[in-house]
Design a binder for this molecule. Sequence first.
Ligand code: ZN
Length: 186
Amino acid sequence: MIDREKIEQAVRLMLEGIGEDTEREGLRNTPARIARMCEELYGGMDEDAGVHLSRMFSAQSSDMVIEKDITFYSMCEHHILPFYGKAHIAYIPDGKVVGLSKLARTVEVFARRLQLQEQLTGQIADALMEHMKPKGVLVMIEAEHMCMTMRGIKKPGSQTVTLAKRGAFQTDPALEERFFRMLGRS
Ligand code: ZN
């Protein structure tokens, strides 16, 4: 659970720390505003991906399913700055499929926390394996990190790409090739 009071105190201290006047008009409501915003940005911490992935449908086909270009926003846990981009998910069903919107919901559950991109990618793949029990899962994330583009090495537009493979995708390279073809990247 989000403790709004603690966040407000912390934001007030940080503003003082950078030499600001916390009582000036533009900043007076900022601590409360940030505390409310945190409930949205970090709301995934109280959520369980299993809730979204428990409703499955029977399917005869075991053809690869791809949901691409799922837009997400997350916060880098090293700098508490946003990173955002697209997630692409592929899975090979084993008799059951899930509603496509549930894949996007699963991305949200893990994105709305303090994260590292590699960890986010792996957590989505693991949740799909655990709750859907498919033959294999591949998750690819392409993201821009504000901690790289507005500070530090300052390379606007540079993308970090991460990939997590589970099950059949780990053992059959042809599946991964097919994923990239279906994504239009080969
Ligand atoms: Zn960072």
